[in-house]
Design a binder for this molecule. Structure first.
Ligand SMILES: *Cc1c(COP(=O)(O)O)cnc(C)c1O
Length: 497
């Protein structure tokens, strides 16, 4: 069963947690008990492929789904050639202790595919268990990556429709091209005149308007959310840390029972929280290393126990980590406080009122037992891309480079040489201009999609087919609307009014 981080009297099934997305009290759904993973089970997983591992691990959390349902969800997400690596999330060693796990072989070349490819399958089955055969309508406001990953995930999934709003001047050329050329019969993409906040508040207003909900109901439809706090996005992320461990066993780097570290480039704290869950299940993990860019609110928090968002917001070359409120942290605090829902409600209301809170000393002590944290700026990020490429012949993106840099500092400061899995969250070709400038600044010119070819030629690394040649794809969505017309756009797309 699942409960809410802000109200322990809530008891829902996994399907209800996924179908509802967020608890009515504003809290996040968390499992009431973290399932165990024994060494014997890890041994068994070592012999399986990614999909087999995913079915076993997800089964521990989604116990109201049948094994056949999970098999179907997993093969729908990771099978059928949707991932360009047959290992789905391969692990590549770059030196004697740094092992990069590439989480970006999915359709949009970013790690969000790992969760957003399977979420639609989980969500439609969860909905049929809880609300019957209604059509699920997903609305997304995006600043770039999430919108595309959600579109690809929901594309042509039966009984769903998805509409994505993006700020017309707030996304990169590449991101815009990725979205406006989106294929699928059940998808819609719409630019709005405004910024990301306008898009987000517009979506929220439509989402929470009872009159809109009623109209959908009359037409056999219901809103749901693909938001990153949905448990259906977190659970699939636990799988790949366990899979990375199994791969290291398989490669002969470790034996079952040996400890590893994990280092994660962090924004909303979802990815690293999944690693924490894997550790709580019994995966032999020592330190969880949280890597931030110049927006280092988490570095401070994990070191001194005060979360303070009252600080400058920086726009960096690792934009998916430009975030000052890390929503998923709430789940960690809930666990570390001994499931103290009142305490968590208190912290969260302090955060919304004053923009800060300080956790109790015993919580900070537990944080320090499991977590280390570090950060680096854009210059260090670029220098890291350059040195990893030149010295280790490995090309990494801007987000991954933040993690590599922070890991290097950790290793130097602690002398800890345990094998460490570094989560690589995007293909270098997704952030081509920054990566190219780190490799050879003299080559930077023209549009981003032109530079992708230059980067491929300069490094000999192949540009993913989904990103190369995008400019030649048919543009399917070109409307730009006022933010006051968003509701009408939703009705038009759904064919209702
Ligand atoms: C979303 C994202 C992140 C941050 O992940 P969180 O789960 O929000 O911490 C890091 N890198 C890339 C490329 C992303 O798209």
């Amino acid at each position: 069963m699942y409960t809410s981080t802000r109200d322990n009297s809530v008891k829902v099934t996994a399907a209800q947690a996924i179908a509802n997305g967020i608890s009515k009290d504003g809290g996040l759904f968390v499992p009431t008990e973290i399932p165990a993973l024994s060494f014997a089970e890890i041994e068994e997983l070592v012999g399986m492929d990614y999909q087999g591992r995913a079915v076993k691990v997800l089964g521990k959390y989604l116990s109201d789904f049948t094994e056949q349902e999970l098999v179907d969800c997993v093969s729908g997400a990771y099978g059928g050639g949707k991932f360009s690596s047959d290992k789905t999330a391969p692990v590549v060693g770059i030196d004697s202790s740094a092992y990069i796990q590439e989480l970006w072989h999915g359709p949009t070349c970013a790690f969000k595919d790992m969760a957003l490819q399977i979420l639609p399958h989980l969500l439609t089955r969860a909905a049929s268990k809880t609300v019957g055969d209604k059509q699920i309508v997903i609305l997304v406001a995006t600043s770039g990556d999430t919108g595309k990953a959600a579109l690809e995930g929901f594309k042509d999934v039966p009984n769903t429709k998805i509409l994505v709003f993006y700020p017309s001047d707030g996304v990169s050329v590449m991101q815009k091209l990725q979205m406006v050329t989106q294929e699928g019969a059940n998808v819609g993409v719409c630019a709005i005149k405004g910024n990301f906040d306008d898009a987000q508040s517009g979506v929220k207003a439509i989402f929470t308007d009872p009159a809109v909900a009623e109209l959908l109901e009359e037409n056999g439809m219901q809103f749901s959310s693909a938001n990153s706090i949905n448990w259906g996005r977190l659970a699939p992320q636990i799988v790949y840390y366990i899979s990375a461990y199994c791969d290291l066993v398989d490669q002969g780097v470790i034996s079952v029972g040996d400890k590893i570290n994990v280092c994660v480039p962090t924004g909303n704290f979802g990815n690293i929280l999944a690693a924490y869950y894997a550790k709580q299940m019994g995966l032999p993990v020592d330190k969880l290393i949280c890597a931030s860019n110049a927006n280092n609110v988490l570095t401070d928090f994990l070191s001194n126990g005060t979360y303070d968002r009252n600080r400058s917001f920086y726009t960096t070359i690792s934009p998916s980590m430009d975030i000052l409120i890390s929503s998923n942290l709430e789940r960690l605090l809930y666990i570390l406080s001994g499931c103290d829902d009142k305490k968590i409600s208190g912290y969260m209301s302090e955060l919304s009122k004053n923009g800060k809170y300080t956790v109790d000393a015993d919580i900070l002590e537990k944080i320090k037992a499991d977590f280390c944290a570090g950060c680096c700026d854009d210059e260090q990020t670029k220098a890291t891309i350059g040195s990893v490429y030149n010295e280790k012949n490995y090309l990494c993106d801007t987000h991954t480079a933040v993690a590599v840099k922070v890991y290097d500092e950790f290793r130097t400061a602690t002398g800890d040489n345990k094998p460490t899995v570094i989560a690589s969250t995007a293909s270098p070709f997704k952030f081509t201009a920054s990566v190219l400038s780190a490799v050879d600044a003299s080559l930077v010119k023209g549009e981003e999609y032109e530079m992708a070819k230059v980067l491929a030629d300069a490094t000999g690394v192949e540009c993913p087919a989904q990103l190369c040649g995008l400019e030649n794809k048919e543009v399917r969505f070109s409307s730009v609307i006022d933010k006051s017309d968003m509701q009408k756009a939703v009705y038009d797309m759904l064919g209702i009014n």
